[in-house]
Design a protein around this ligand. Structure first.
Ligand code: SF4
Ligand code: SF4
Length: 223
């Protein structure tokens, strides 16, 4: 899932100064799963913003809505009756949802209420950890299913760096497993340590950040 966390309330408030009518929009998919932007968070954030604006001497009317998915047009359409009633929208979906709403309603200011941070798994209740950075050239088949792009602090492809702690934690953060230690142990368990002796060449990044905006075209799905 995509994960994110609330921006500081003061940062959101700073964007709202001067506005009198606000719509707070959540997303019931990833941002609900990571407890940043689902219905519960929308209904928590809205009164907090109302109180803070009141305290600033700038009362604001707030309406709320949580869409099933804020990245898809058919759900975004549910905002159509509400949009003309507001001057500004705070979206607490991921950055995709914020942009999708801004594209649909270009005449209204749409601000993010969340900082989107990664593609992640929930490791335990209340703890999510990055697993993928959408690099566009997946190398998991060479690293025993563990991603050093997302999980190594230095993004090393021929790790480990030499700084791994004795307990297998990363030298950069003692609370995080060194992913290269995990890769080596998984290779050892499968009797394939020799595979790791092969030096991986510099990664093909043209599909990633340096290839211009990413797009995916599937001719077979087009109408
Ligand atoms: S190698 Fe790239 S696509 Fe594969 S999991 Fe890592 S970041 Fe994601
Ligand atoms: S200790 Fe491991 S995870 Fe941390 S930077 Fe070095 S190789 Fe990467």
């Amino acid at each position: 899932m995509i994960i994110g966390e609330w921006k500081p309330i003061s940062e959101i408030i700073a964007k709202l100064l001067g506005y009198k009518k606000l719509l707070v929009v959540g997303c019931a998919t990833c941002m609900a799963e990571c407890a940043a932007g689902g219905e519960k968070e929308v209904e928590t954030l809205a009164p907090l913003l109302k109180m803070a604006m009141q305290k600033n001497g700038q009362p604001i009317d707030i309406i709320t809505k949580t869409l099933e998915r804020q990245c898809e047009e058919e759900f975004i359409e549910e905002l159509t009756p509400m949009a003309p009633k507001v001057e500004v929208i705070i979206s607490i979906a991921c950055g995709i949802g914020v942009q999708a709403v801004a594209e649909r309603f270009p005449e209204i200011e749409v601000y993010p209420g969340v900082n989107t941070t990664s593609l992640a798994v929930r490791e335990e209740p209340g703890l999510w950890a990055a697993r993928c950075e959408a690099c566009g050239d997946c190398i998991l088949s060479e690293t025993f299913g563990l991603c050093p792009i997302a999980r190594c602090a230095k993004g090393l492809l021929n790790g480990p760096c030499g700084g791994t702690r004795k307990d297998g934690k990363c030298e950069v953060n003692e609370e995080v497993d060194c992913v290269w230690d995990l890769i080596v142990e998984r290779a050892r368990a499968r009797g394939r340590l020799k595979d790791l002796l092969k030096i991986r060449k510099a990664k093909e990044w043209s599909n990633s950040r340096h290839g211009g905006p990413k797009r995916m075209l599937r001719e077979d799905l087009r109408v």
